[in-house]
Design a protein around this ligand. Structure first.
Ligand code: ADP
Ligand code: MG
Ligand code: MG
Length: 868
């Protein structure tokens, strides 16, 4: 294998092999931009090293060849005493992991070559010693594993109140001696003087940094695969620390916050590498570079334009100016906020750089979701007291509480509360449900708080480490002597991770108002509008809503839904209708049972009429009753207590007996779904009649009747025949189909399809039954641990598990269609609104996805992207 690529050999599409940094350095080199010479050691070499504990055969030789060519071209050798070539050794993985891995600058310096470097710079000793001390500091920390504080401390005490640029050559030379002493003391060895040895050790340190704990953690949070490894770039040094005619900077080709075109960047004179972002001195806005060095400034603007036109996207860059000469050290397509993503995509269309189709692929459903949450009013003054991780988006305001019990208590009194904990555990669940938002001082995006909050769609900021939380004293403190006691009001922003003192006003999302029907009236909404329209034109998947009420149905239509994919009927048995359910369960004979059903029927019919009207001719898939009947009956404990104290009527005693009879150890696997229809005569027939009667009353209504929890075609046959009979009697046209939510139904889909006109994948139950996970229990109980262990990267209830559940879906699609070519296929689990799952549904060949009304825009957008 070839393990080393010169910058002239690579290009931007080789990120797998060369990492993002290396691939883009090569791309810039080939564009003719001023990039220092260099080469890249592939991530394949890193993977080999990590697996075998040694670099692959031939790597040393290839590195020597490339280094030799570079030395020849530069006319000087690595670390050559009188005229040294210096290099940086830089990590760079396929996905950017900012600040996670290591880079060492000024490799090649030692006690001799430091003088050669000074001579190169016209006798600039100060610069040479500054570079040398930086080498020992960076090398000591990242390659030799010495605590960086030791170097920092020595530097700080030498500087006193002065800035690093105020240190003179003599002082820096002294600092080099101090640093060498630290190395000797900490490692028992001298700082390695041999330039090739320095380089070799630095390369291995970069390889090793792939598995540093913080890198592992970061990958897990960002869902970056653990086995990619990193490439290593060896780049000839250019120096921003030679004097005031030199410097280093970072810039964006446009504003990553809004997408506005303009000059966005920071510059620092007489500085090297990370100084700009490390905040050691105040940077100046990039605009001011024009005054300092107009020709470099103009060249930089030209290069930024070249990069934007070439990458056809926002880029960020790192550059250095060495005595009036500009050098490009890095570029990549830059990260941006959700709002900027939409604006930039459409701006690029207007500039003629990309097509509208490409614009659709440049934004994501997750970004759209972020734009749909209510947010804090940007116009008001806020007092920010901390920043944690943006674990679950939204804007929440409330009184601080430190325990679940208190959260529940105050919420019951109608108060908005924010639950603040060091970290949460399963015991906090009731408090998390009661709270408007959750704030923790520990834990990352896979912590218990984060996972559970996301699952509940609740605003959460986690890992706000600046906060000292004292549960016992019921208070927390923040930097700047801020003390927040129980009952004080705070505001947390789950989209940015910010925590504010006091109440910050919340405003509705303009994007939601647009989906509700308001005309686009700002740039962002206009951008969303254009992209959504295009997504709708190209998508193949239909998008329906899970909606049980006329209000939800109406919202679903406004949001662009094309029908209801799941109308649950269980809420039609609640409220005052519980009495009728009790009568049904307690009925002592056919007559009493029929009387209860007859009383329920007109009520159900009225509900359906409302929904059919709201949907105005769009299809409505009605699922017949699914949950176990005892869910509609009074609580067994309450009844037992009353019975024990003798305060019960005969009827209540009967009820208790019935509840006991219906009690199940494992209700989710018990008497529910189609099983109810088979065991309680007349129940499903009543529902089908109510649907058919309603359809007759609403011209154009398109009901589809869906039988839940079928595992065998025989179950379906039995209820389907009865339903078909009722429909025929009443002269109503309706499809009769089934949910596919047991593994057996999926595996026998060919048989099931004989009796079903459509399938709708109920992926909540299907996931539950495929994994054997109780959805109501496992997320809080152990999913955070599973995520930590990497058993899955994301909860299978959130994103459809392609390997397991997805395989069952594919089998059912294939065998179902084989048995019945015009079989209609949809999905109605929570997954219908999840971006990755929508792509799966497109690939698997479903006809539509169905999701909660609020998720419809996400599903439309992702269905459009999937079709690209
Ligand atoms: P990161 O991935 O953390 O950005 P980099 O590898 O880009 O790390 O390097 C850290 C800093 O050092 C950057 O500011 C970069 O521009 C600078 N740097 C890297 N290589 C060189 C070089 N050959 N000459 C001058 N500066 C360099
Ligand atoms: Mg960089
Ligand atoms: Mg189900």
């Amino acid at each position: 294998a070839k393990y080393v690529y010169d910058f002239t050999e690579g290009n931007k599409d080789l990120k797998d092999l060369l990492g993002g940094k290396g691939a883009n350095l090569a791309e810039m080199t080939n564009l003719g931009l001023p990039v220092p010479p260099g080469f890249t050691i592939t991530s394949e070499a890193c993977r080999h090293y990590l697996a075998e504990g040694a670099v692959p055969d031939g790597l040393e030789r290839e590195v020597s060849e490339h280094l030799g060519a570079m030395e020849k071209r530069m006319g000087k050798a690595l670390g050559q005493a009188d005229d040294p070539l210096l290099v940086s050794v830089r990590s760079g993985a396929k996905f950017s992991m900012p600040g996670m891995m290591e880079t060492v600058l000024n490799i090649g310096l030692n006690d001799e070559s430091v003088h050669g470097l000074a001579k190169q710079a016209g006798g600039n000793d100060r610069f040479a010693w500054d570079s040398y001390r930086r080498l020992i500091q960076m090398f000591g920390k990242t390659v030799l594993g010495i605590d960086g504080e030791l170097f920092e401390h020595a530097l700080e005490s030498l500087k006193g109140d002065r800035q690093d640029t105020d240190l003179d050559a003599g002082e820096l030379q002294g600092l080099v001696e101090t640093f060498k002493g630290i190395v000797r003391e900490q490692t028992g060895k001298d700082f390695p003087a041999d330039p090739r040895e320095q380089m070799r050790l630095a390369v291995m340190a970069v390889f090793d940094s792939w598995n540093a704990p913080r890198a592992i953690l970061y990958r897990r949070q960002e869902r970056i695969p653990a086995d990619l490894g990193t490439a290593v770039n060896i780049v000839a040094m250019v120096f921003g620390n030679v004097g005031n005619d030199s410097g280093t900077g970072v810039a964006f080709t446009r504003d990553p916050g809004s997408g506005q075109q303009g000059i966005y960047g920071d510059y620092l004179q007489n500085a090297q590498g990370e100084d700009v972002v490390a905040g050691i001195r105040n940077t100046i806005p990039l605009q001011e570079l024009e005054r300092l060095d107009k020709s470099s400034y103009d060249e930089l603007l030209r290069i930024m334009e070249t990069l934007e036109n070439h990458y056809r996207d926002l880029c960020d860059i790192e550059f250095t100016i060495e005595r009036g000469k500009l050098w490009m050290l890095q570029t990549r397509v830059g990260k941006r906020t959700a709002a900027a993503a939409f604006c930039i995509a459409t701006q690029l269309v207007d500039q003629g750089l990309i097509t509208l189709d490409e614009a659709v692929t440049r934004v994501t459903g997750d970004q759209l979701v972020q734009l749909m949450f209510p947010r804090f009013d940007s116009g008001t003054e806020k007092k920010k007291i901390a920043k944690g991780m943006n674990a679950s988006p939204g804007a929440a305001v409330g009184k601080v509480v430190f325990s679940s019990a208190r959260a529940v208590e105050l919420a019951d009194q109608g108060e908005d509360v924010i639950l603040v904990r060091r970290e949460t555990n399963p015991d906090d669940l009731s408090g998390m449900i009661a709270a408007r938002g959750i704030l923790t001082s520990r834990g990352g995006k896979t912590s218990h708080a984060a996972v559970v909050a996301r699952g509940m769609g609740k605003t959460c900021v986690c890992g706000a480490e600046e906060l000292e939380v004292s549960i016992a004293e019921r208070r927390f403190t923040a930097p700047g002597d801020v003390v927040v006691n129980e009952g004080d009001v705070i505001s947390i922003d789950g989209t940015t991770g910010e925590v504010f003192l006091g109440e910050v006003p919340v405003v509705d999302s303009a994007v939601v108002e647009y989906f509700e029907g308001r005309e686009p009236d700002d740039d962002l909404v206009r951008a969303v509008d254009r992209i959504m329209r295009r997504a709708d034109e190209v998508r193949r998947l239909g998008v329906r809503a899970n909606a049980d009420t006329a209000a939800d149905a109406a919202r679903a239509r406004r949001f662009g839904g094309e029908g209801i994919g799941l109308c649950r009927t269980e809420h039609m048995f609640l409220g005052e209708r519980r009495q009728l359910v009790e009568d049904l369960v307690l009925a002592s004979g056919d007559e009493e049972r029929q009387a209860a059903l007859d009383a329920l029927e007109p009520l159900q019919k009225a509900d359906f009429v409302e929904i059919f009207r709201a949907m105005d001719g769009q299809p409505v898939t009605v699922r017949l009753i699914d949950p176990p009947l005892h869910e509609f009956l009074p609580d067994i404990v309450d009844l037992s207590v009353k019975a024990a104290t003798g305060e019960t009527s005969d009827k209540q005693r009967d009820l208790l007996a019935a509840v006991k009879r219906l009690h199940e150890e494992n209700p989710m696997l018990g008497l529910r779904g189609v099983r109810l229809g088979l065991v309680i005569p007349g129940l499903f027939a009543m529902q089908v009649r109510a649907i058919a009667q309603a359809a007759k009353d609403v011209p154009g209504a398109k009901p589809e009747i869906m039988i839940p929890l079928v595992a065998a075609v025989q179950e379906l046959e039995a209820v389907r025949e009865e339903a078909a009979g009722i429909l025929a009697d009443l002269g109503v046209d309706a499809l009769v189909g089934t949910m596919i939510e047991t593994p057996r139904a999926a595996l026998t889909a060919g048989q099931v399809a004989e009796a079903a006109q459509f399938f709708s994948f109920g992926t909540n139950d299907l996931t539950q039954m495929t994994w054997g996970f109780s959805r109501d229990d496992v997320e809080a109980a152990f999913f955070s641990r599973y995520l930590e262990l990497g058993i899955f990267g994301v909860s299978p209830f959130e994103t459809l598990d392609r390997d397991g559940v997805g395989r069952l879906v594919r089998i059912a699609v294939e065998e179902g269609r084989k048995a019945r070519p015009d079989l209609k296929l949809g999905i109605c689990g929570e997954h219908g609104g999840d971006p990755d799952s929508v792509h799966f549904c497109h690939e698997a060949g479903l006809d539509y996805v169905s999701c909660s009304p609020f998720r419809i825009p996400v599903a439309r957008l992702e269905a459009g992207r999937a079709a690209m």
